[in-house]
Design a protein around this ligand. Structure first.
Ligand code: ADP
Length: 200
């Protein structure tokens, strides 16, 4: 059966998790690219084995998990290693996203991908749903959630596409400028729309 896939995206702190929790409460399966990105390098995975072969076992922490901070430092300063890592991980992540979407039993699936547009993954989805919010709210909410400084958040924002680019790529938009309760209605309307589209 062909699974109807809605790609959910938005910048850091825009409210993707909050929105996907609401879809999940309506019985919709959520496939989360961030979760998969951790699974493909979990202990015992082919991904982690390949990383250890390349960088040695000092890339592991005391518990045998990937030391992400160390790996980030390496790829930040060495473009070749960054390309190697992306070449390893992107296909693994993509393969898992497809497999989990197709294994889902709900009438449609939400595929949550923070960098859907940046990584040109829109071909994987039937529709693109953007959670839209002002830059100010993004910074404020991320700072509250993660307890990190504005400078760090701004550097993440700079690595993501801008609001206009994201909106241009959207089929549907959820505005998250109001309070959380205003999301309920928007999600309920889109849910009806996706149920209909998934049957066509
Ligand atoms: P993302 O998954 O896109 O990074 P989250 O869903 O985690 O974003 O939202 C970022 C933070 O902002 C979370 O702490 C969340 O509880 C909070 N949040 C989300 N939507 C709203 C809102 N409308 N008003 C106030 N806080 C919000």
């Amino acid at each position: 059966m062909n699974t109807f896939i809605v790609g959910l995206t938005g910048g850091i702190g825009s409210g993707k998790t909050t929105v996907s929790d609401l879809f999940n409460a309506l019985g919709i399966t959520i496939v989360d690219a961030d979760v998969i990105a951790r699974e493909v390098v979990a202990p015992g995975s082919d991904g982690l084995r390949a990383i250890v072969t390349r960088f040695g076992d000092t890339i592991l922490d005391a518990l045998g998990h990937l030391d992400r901070a160390k790996l980030r430092t390496i790829v930040f300063s060495q473009e070749r290693e960054k390309q190697w890592l992306n070449g390893l991980l992107h296909p693994l992540i993509r393969e898992q996203m497809v497999a989990q979407c197709h294994a889902a039993k709900s009438p449609y699936v939400i595929l949550s991908v923070p960098l859907l547009i940046e990584n040109n993954l829109q071909t994987m989805v039937n529709r693109t749903l953007v959670v839209d919010v002002s830059r100010e709210s993004q910074i404020q909410r991320t700072a509250n959630r993660d307890g990190v400084g504005v400078e760090q958040i701004e550097s993440i924002l700079a690595s993501q596409c801008d609001r206009e680019t994201r909106l241009q790529a959207a089929d549907d938009v959820i505005s998250n400028e109001g309070d959380v309760s205003s999301l309920n209605e928007q999600v309920a309307d889109l849910h009806e729309k996706y149920l209909t589209l998934a049957q066509m």
